[in-house]
Unconditional design. Structure first.
Length: 303
């Protein structure tokens, strides 16, 4: 008789949830490329104060005589402008690195805040039911029936320019998508046995919402949040391009594109081209990661 197999050989090694998720995510080479590109973009934005040749917000470092210099030009101080300068003499490479910080801050902050507001309202609507649910969902339908850019323009026309004002406008624009998604997920979860058990044990409504329903509704909200970050960055760039976004003293990628738009036909393409390229790479990278997250976290995947 053969010797019995050892326990290590008989029992297959367990794979953690994170390991299964990582294996499924890295199955797509495109998603891995998008994640790597996104990591580079975030790293460049975080390290901008240390790697940027110039602080574009410091007016003492700007010289109007260096305005609209082509890529590769050298200033009188010996500084090389690898991506050229804009009309204010701002180094485009430095401006893009700092602009990434503002664009990512606006996108991530507005998405997180909108997710918090929308998820709580959606969960509350599903749990409360009745007239409260109908009223909140009609408000969501009304919100989603208007173009997002129109609502954001109206809000910023009233509030004025500013990073925080842009974030607030984007939160008001985006919360409805999270509310509808959270409500749909909560309606499914609220019919399951563990919710009935929590009610029978006398758990408060807020405890049921935050400790039981919310954790089990996070998966679709995470996918929506990833896509909404890219949407918020693109929308902020549009608002800044139209002149109602961030102020000139804190240029985002959209503001940098707007600054160079008037010089496109005069051959000074680099003022708008390079910030537009950075915006394109950022939005595409986030969308690639979001698409793969949607496929990996889809509960019907593999069925």
């Amino acid at each position: 008789m053969n010797a019995p197999a050892s326990l290590d050989q008989a029992v297959p090694p367990r794979v953690s949830n994170f390991g299964r998720f990582a294996r499924a995510f890295t199955a797509s080479r495109t998603a891995v490329i998008g994640l790597a590109l996104l990591a580079v973009v975030v790293l460049l934005a975080l390290l901008a104060p240390w790697i940027a040749p110039q602080n574009p917000y410091d007016l003492t470092q700007l010289d109007i005589l260096d305005g609209r210099l082509p890529p590769g030009s050298t200033a009188a101080t010996g500084m090389t402008f690898w991506l050229g300068t804009d009309d204010q003499g701002r180094d485009m490479l430095s401006a893009i690195l700092y602009g990434l910080r503002i664009s990512l801050f606006v996108g991530v902050t507005s998405a997180v805040a909108a997710a918090a507001v929308g998820a709580l309202l959606g969960l509350f609507a599903a749990y409360a039911g009745g007239r409260i649910e109908s009223a909140l969902m009609r408000l969501v339908d009304l919100q989603l029936s208007f173009p997002a850019i129109l609502i954001a323009l109206m809000i910023l026309a009233f509030l004025g320019k500013g990073v925080l004002n842009v974030v607030l406008a984007l939160v008001i624009v985006e919360w409805a998508a999270y509310a509808r998604t959270a409500r749909a997920s909560a309606l499914i979860e609220s019919r399951k046995e563990y919710i009935e058990a929590a009610r029978a044990m006398g758990a408060s409504p807020w405890r049921i919402l935050l400790r039981h329903l919310l954790p089990n509704c996070l998966t679709p909200l995470m996918v929506i949040a990833t896509v909404q970050v890219a949407r918020a960055i693109a929308l902020e760039a549009t608002l800044s391009f139209l002149g109602l976004g961030v102020p000139v003293t804190e240029p985002s990628l959209g503001m940098l594109i707007a600054n160079g738009y008037q010089y496109m036909l005069s051959g000074k393409f680099w003022i708008s081209f390079y910030p537009g390229l950075a915006l394109l790479f950022t939005v595409v990278a986030i969308n690639l990661v979001g698409d793969q997250l949607r496929d990996v976290l889809n509960p019907r995947r593999g069925t």
